[in-house]
Design a protein around this ligand. Structure first.
Ligand SMILES: *[C@@H]1O[C@H](CO)[C@@H](O)[C@H](O)[C@H]1NC(C)=O
Ligand SMILES: *[C@@H]1O[C@H](CO)[C@@H](O)[C@H](O)[C@H]1NC(C)=O
Ligand SMILES: *[C@@H]1O[C@H](CO)[C@@H](O)[C@H](O)[C@H]1NC(C)=O
Ligand SMILES: *[C@@H]1O[C@H](CO)[C@@H](O)[C@H](O)[C@H]1NC(C)=O
Ligand SMILES: *[C@@H]1O[C@H](CO)[C@@H](O)[C@H](O)[C@H]1NC(C)=O
Length: 385
């Protein structure tokens, strides 16, 4: 009988060989390196998934849909590329559910086809199967994922249509697919968290805005490599944002110990920041509604905007986000003009300094996604006098 500790050692010994084993021939150096044991560590979360398993292009897919009233206008879709625990693992289903509550249709394919890492190891890094070969499992999973993805993405795009707006969020194993799809016009924006196996070319070729959520300690994406990635993006004038969460390690965005304040905060903030990032790239598309009048913002209604809000600029609410309940709550105290800024300027010439501010609700109350807390450029913002 093989003892558990021997099995753990077997896996450890095996993993130390990985950097030399997993590199397939490539002309471009790796920036995010091979997976390590940290890819297998973490804490499972508790909760009741709200989504459904649906077969799309022959692949089991977790589908989380937004609540009614949050999906008007062009549909917003997220391709969710999971870590090695799969999109149908509890932690990942709960993250997808959260994205759905923010107005997105979220689809996570099970590119492990029912054979995720937890079929072979436990969080204490003990492989159940003494012959488990992590490298082989990664290679097999990469092959399956690469084979399944093109038709799966096509099928999702057919399901939501040409007018939907597509985004992608990936973690660990899934980061590579974020980078690959972000070289195409199939998505509006992307985000990865604690990646492995990304090359310089991934950063050289990316065409879409990229949010990078990074751990402070990450053997798969050490700080010098992240800085190199940022250098490449900067030299290309790419649109990106990167953040490093102190006190975190690889896996923090999906497998945080929620009893640990720092870990819990980082994981929650990483998820929220992905939504803020995607929200930022929604277009101005809806014509003005005729029945609204222009008047300055009442700071009592929006105390969270701070003192600068007081008459300094008008607030333009994205009416797509407003359920009738919410509209009632804010009453008529705000300028509510839809998304067409040029029509707005014609209608409200005194409010020429208007900037787009999108307000939405969540369980903590309204939240500002895009505003100008430092005022406007050019003349002092006194337009709303
Ligand atoms: C989806 O399928 C996975 C794997 O079979 C299962 O673990 C999960 O609970 C299912 N989720 C739902 C919402 O049915
Ligand atoms: C993985 O584990 C699940 C749950 O024990 C099981 O239903 C499934 O058949 C396993 N998959 C493989 C490929 O062994
Ligand atoms: C990036 O922007 C700078 C300043 O606008 C410009 O000089 C440079 O050519 C741009 N580089 C690329 C690769 O587009
Ligand atoms: C999670 O964090 C709490 C508080 O720091 C700690 O007591 C607990 O042992 C941690 N759990 C795991 C599985 O690391
Ligand atoms: C925005 O408003 C302007 C001025 O009223 C109008 O010419 C334009 O067609 C509108 N754009 C959209 C996308 O509705």
């Amino acid at each position: 009988m093989v003892s558990f500790s021997n099995r753990a050692i077997h896996l450890l010994a095996f993993l130390t060989l990985l950097p030399s084993l997993t590199l397939s021939a490539t002309s471009s150096p790796l920036l995010a390196l091979a997976p390590t044991l940290d890819c297998l560590k973490g804490v499972p979360h508790r909760g009741t998934p709200q989504g459904k398993n649906v077969t799309i292009a022959g692949v089991n897919t977790y589908v989380a849909e937004p609540p009614k009233g949050h999906d008007e206008g062009p549909k917003k879709v997220i391709f969710f590329f999971s870590d090695v625990f799969s999109a149908v693992w509890i932690n990942n289903m709960l993250i997808q559910d959260y994205f759905a509550t923010q107005g997105y249709h979220v689809l996570g394919l099970d590119y492990f086809f029912g054979d995720p890492i937890q079929n072979h190891t436990d969080f204490d890094l003990v492989p159940f199967d003494p012959d488990f070969d992590f490298d082989e499992w990664i290679a097999k999973s990469r092959q399956q994922a690469a084979a399944a993805l093109p038709s799966w993405i096509d099928a999702v795009r057919r399901r939501y249509g040409q007018n939907a707006r597509y985004h992608t969020a990936g973690y660990c194993f899934g980061a590579k697919y974020v980078m690959e799809i972000s070289t195409t016009d199939q998505v509006v924006a992307g985000s990865f968290s604690h990646p492995f196996e990304l090359t310089e070319d991934h950063f050289n070729q990316i065409k879409k805005p990229l949010l990078m959520n990074c751990a402070e300690r990450d053997a798969s994406f050490p700080a010098p490599n992240l800085y190199r990635a940022v250098d490449i993006l900067t030299s290309r004038n790419a649109s990106y944002h990167t953040q490093i969460y102190s006190g975190t390690q690889h896996g923090f965005a999906t497998r945080a110990n929620l009893s640990d304040e720092n870990a819990a905060w980082a994981a929650a903030d990483a998820a929220k920041s992905i939504i803020r990032w995607f929200d930022r790239f929604q277009p101005l598309i809806h014509p003005i509604r005729s029945t609204h009048t222009c008047h300055p913002l009442d700071p009592r209604t929006f105390p969270f905007l701070g003192p600068r809000a007081s008459g300094a600029w008008p607030i333009v609410l994205d009416h797509l986000w407003l359920s009738s309940k919410y509209t009632t709550k804010i009453g008529t105290k705000v300028v509510y003009l839809g998304r067409n800024l040029s029509a707005f300027k014609q209608r409200c010439p005194t409010l020429l300094t208007a900037q787009k501010i999108v307000v939405t609700r969540d369980s903590l109350g309204p939240r500002v996604y895009r505003g100008h807390p430092l005022g406007t450029s050019g003349k002092a913002s006194s337009g709303a006098s």
